[in-house]
Design a protein around this ligand. Structure first.
Ligand code: SF4
Length: 214
């Protein structure tokens, strides 16, 4: 059984898939406590559901693209089974993970959006570095949520040290909502000489920062 916070259909707000119709399966629970977390409502509660129950709801949405997210979805071992089932049924599956849990054993067909936590999150020491060596350059994306200049410098260091321009399909630079100077960050991205993609969280511009499940 899985513990599920919400299943809903919306428009993908992040990554290179932003703007696409997408079903979201948001699993409950996360062992991390990022200072700027916008998903604290997923830490507790949720509804116990079988993999088949989740599949039924996702099928009913009629979207080709499905994102399994959280919380931290990979903490629940049954998430690996769900991801495999979705892939087997022909869905294009995105897995958004905070980068603390090992991605080993994940269905090869799933596409990762892997966070690398920066210092301002308070959780940078929990990055599970072997996850970076498992990235597939034709499908996986790495995301840095940047709160300040220290995070930016840290992200550049990780990108260079782990050769992420070659290892990942895209490197996403995502400002912390409401606390990062967007123009300043855009200038840094534009002038750094690396192949980065600055992303804004589209869903927050459409529905507002505190609304979820839409
Ligand atoms: S990993 Fe994600 S869900 Fe967990 S605390 Fe950090 S931002 Fe929140």
């Amino acid at each position: 059984m899985l513990r599920v916070t919400e299943i809903f259909r919306s428009v993908q707000g992040e990554s290179t898939h932003a703007g696409r119709p997408c079903s979201f399966v948001r699993l409950t629970g996360c062992p991390m406590r990022c200072t700027w977390c916008d998903s604290e409502y997923t830490f507790t509660g949720g509804e116990r559901m079988s993999v088949e129950d989740v599949m039924r709801q996702v099928r009913a949405h009629g979207c080709r693209l499905v994102e399994v997210t959280g919380g931290e979805p990979l903490v629940q071992r049954e998430a690996f089974e769900l991801i495999g089932r979705l892939c087997k049924e022909g869905f294009e599956v995105l897995v958004e993970t905070g980068g603390y849990v090992s991605t080993e054993g994940l269905d090869e067909r799933a596409k990762l959006i892997l966070d690398v936590k920066c210092p301002a999150s308070g959780e940078a020491e929990r990055n599970h570095w072997p996850n970076l060596s498992r990235l597939r350059a034709d499908r996986d994306e790495v995301k840095f949520v940047v709160a300040d200049r220290g995070d930016w410098d840290y992200a550049l260091g990780v990108i260079k040290e782990h050769d992420l321009e070659k290892r990942a399909l895209a490197i996403l630079i995502s400002p912390v909502w409401g606390s990062t100077d967007l123009k300043e960050l855009a200038e840094l991205v534009a002038s750094c000489g690396l192949v980065l993609r600055m992303q804004l969280q589209l869903h927050k511009y459409i529905w507002g920062p505190d609304v979820h499940g839409v």
